[in-house]
Ligand binder design. Structure first.
Ligand code: ATP
Ligand code: MG
Length: 572
């Protein structure tokens, strides 16, 4: 990640890790994991977590597991598993050994639960779930103990086995840890460890009728995998005492499993303005057709960003710049855009594409003549090479590069004005034509043969350079321009006059997608492949859509250019 300024100070997680290493903890091993639930596609927040977990292991010579936390068969699916693996690899990371699954540990988790029952630390509760919730009480007041809390170990074992065998209906019983109904930490009030679900699981099929809760499965999965540093987001901070309690109980009979004890470290989840970052909300946008699927280029999903033209390096860079915080905050979308611009500025070949064309005729240029001009591919890349671009008498230029009555500071084309055509000649506008609606249809100009780029002997100076595409050689394309998905920086944060939350979907930006279907690009663009990225000079960065074909070229706008190229470069 060379683009990142050398950052010598450690973030707070690195400090903890270095402290552990200095103290000789875990024999100097750093073992992290990325634990997604396969119930949706990964988003930018997950990218942050991936970079953090894999990045730490890379920095300290450790390892990282990819583990699917697949404890909820209702919302999970194999298609998500495959997409998540692809996303992690695309970001540039490879996990240690086989892909892991919490479901691989269902047997182990079950036997641990049986052991807890035997030790009087867990019980089967017949209380309906709603009632259990009510009886938990509120943080400032003790909850009520279940009437089934003091069942005998034998009865608990018997019932738990029957739960497993599928003897009971969904919701009729749960297994709970027996901790403390008066604890100020609600998570310690006899939390649920297992619920009955007669559902097929995407990996274990119909083998199970009970499924572990996240709280029960997660910490134990970390322990089974010998994870040393279990990094998660802030909302799990209050769960930590529960995880520690489980480890303590298990340590009574299975020291090996809980050694090393995974050290949980919480950091603030990544939030970015003008978007939403929860799988549930993203799923809603897809299901309710606000966007065209999970990989819609407006989505903050890794697949959406990829289709938009983001590179893995730019996302890793973004994750690095965002840093890790202990408090919730909102990152500006422009930082993300900065990161991709910085990358593409160095790597994307420059081409000419006219998004909103108007015809320009060079009246003193011979009819039917074509010249092959040599233009460099990327002034920022010494090895970028050159390409030939055909020039002829009739060109397309941008409609807004011409003004009928331009102000003084308009350094582009207008009656009598001169500009340079990129890589070609200086031209002077002679006249123009309009149609009955007053729209300009054709601009006429003359060129000065002594002003050819690279061989200019005229001594002329002009302030503006514009891009163009030769009409007979032009390749037609569609360009999709994107804007922020939401018109409000924090769409999920609003309430109405009654204090009720306002649906974040009310803030969707109805101009988030603008399709330009009469774009012309230079002929070198005939040979592009999906995901190729270019800078359309003066217009921004664009990426070839995966559905694009030679007959129907489609480009997604990745990001605009920050500065007007016309001002920065002169007489080129
Ligand atoms: P969501 O709320 O979008 O559904 P999640 O936390 O439920 O996300 P998981 O699949 O459980 O999604 O998350 C996998 C890992 O990614 C977890 O370690 C989680 O903490 C981390 N993660 C999820 N969202 C973010 C985020 N916005 N910023 C940083 N890390 C995140
Ligand atoms: Mg989740």
């Amino acid at each position: 990640m060379s683009q990142v300024e050398e950052n010598t100070s450690l973030n707070f997680i690195e400090q903890i890790v270095e402290e552990d290493l200095a103290n000789g903890k875990n024999d100097g091993v750093v073992y992290t994991r990325f634990p997604p639930e396969p119930n949706g596609f990964l988003h930018l927040g997950h990218a942050k977590s991936i970079c953090l977990n894999f990045g730490l292991a890379q920095k300290y010579g450790g390892k990282t597991n990819l583990r699917f936390d697949d404890t909820n068969p209702v919302t999970e699916d194999t298609s998500y598993v495959d997409a998540i693996k692809e996303d992690v690899r695309w970001l540039g990371f490879e996990w240690e050994g086989e892909t892991r699954y919490a479901s691989d540990y269902f047997d182990k988790l079950y036997s641990l639960a049986v052991e807890l029952i035997k030790r009087g630390k867990a019980f089967v509760d017949d209380t309906p779930v709603d009632e259990i919730r009510r009886m938990r009480g509120i943080p400032t007041q003790a909850g009520e103990e279940s009437a089934f809390r003091d069942r005998s170990v034998e009865e608990n074992l018997q019932l738990f086995e029957q739960m497993k065998a599928g003897d009971f209906s969904e919701g009729s019983r749960v297994l709970r840890a027996k901790i403390d109904m008066a604890s100020p930490n609600m998570h310690l009030r006899d939390p649920i460890m297992y619920r009955i679900l007669h559902r097929s699981h995407h990996r274990t099929g119909d083998a199970w009728h009970i499924y572990p809760t996240y709280d029960w499965a997660h910490g134990q999965s970390d322990a089974i995998e010998n994870i040393t540093h279990s990094i998660c987001t802030l909302e799990f901070e209050v769960h930590r005492p529960l995880y520690d309690w489980f480890v303590e109980q298990i340590g009574e009979f299975d020291q090996e499993m809980v050694n090393p004890q995974p050290r949980q470290i919480e950091f603030a989840r990544l939030n970015v303005n003008y978007t939403v970052m929860s799988k549930r909300k993203l799923l809603e946008l897809v299901n309710e057709d606000y966007v065209n699927g999970w990989d819609d280029p407006r989505m903050p999903t890794i697949q959406g960003l990829r289709r938009r033209g983001y590179t893995p390096a730019s996302l890793r860079n973004f994750a690095e710049r965002v840093g890790v915080a202990k408090r919730d905050n909102v990152i500006d979308l422009s930082l993300l855009e900065f990161c991709i611009r910085e990358d593409l500025n160095k790597t994307a070949p420059r081409v000419m594409g006219v998004l909103n064309p108007v015809k320009l005729v060079i009246t003193n240029y011979p009819e039917r003549q074509t010249e092959d001009l040599t233009i460099e591919n990327n002034p920022e890349d010494a090895e970028g090479g050159t390409r030939t671009v055909p020039f002829s008498r009739e060109l397309y230029i941008e409609r807004d590069d011409f003004m009928e009555d331009p102000p003084k500071k308009f350094f582009r084309l207008g009656p009598g004005r001169e500009v340079r055509l990129k890589g070609a000649y200086i031209i002077q506008c002679e006249s123009f034509e309009k149609d009955t609606r007053g729209e300009i249809t054709t601009i006429y100009a003359t060129y000065d043969p002594a002003t050819k780029s690279g061989e200019d002997t005229s001594g002329k100076k002009v302030k503006g350079t514009i891009h163009w595409v030769s009409v007979p050689h032009a390749v037609k394309a569609e360009v999709r321009l994107y804007n922020r998905l939401f018109s409000d920086p924090t769409p999920t944060d609003h309430t109405d006059e009654n204090g009720e939350p306002i649906d974040y979907k009310k803030f969707i930006n109805d101009k988030s997608l603008v399709v330009l279907d009469k774009v012309f690009v230079e002929p070198s663009m005939r040979k592009v492949s999906a995901f190729d990225r270019f800078q359309f000079m003066r217009k921004g960065y664009f990426c070839v859509d995966p559905d694009s074909s030679e007959e129907n070229l489609v480009f997604n706008q990745t990001v605009t250019l920050r500065d007007s190229w016309a001002k920065a470069k002169k007489n080129n």
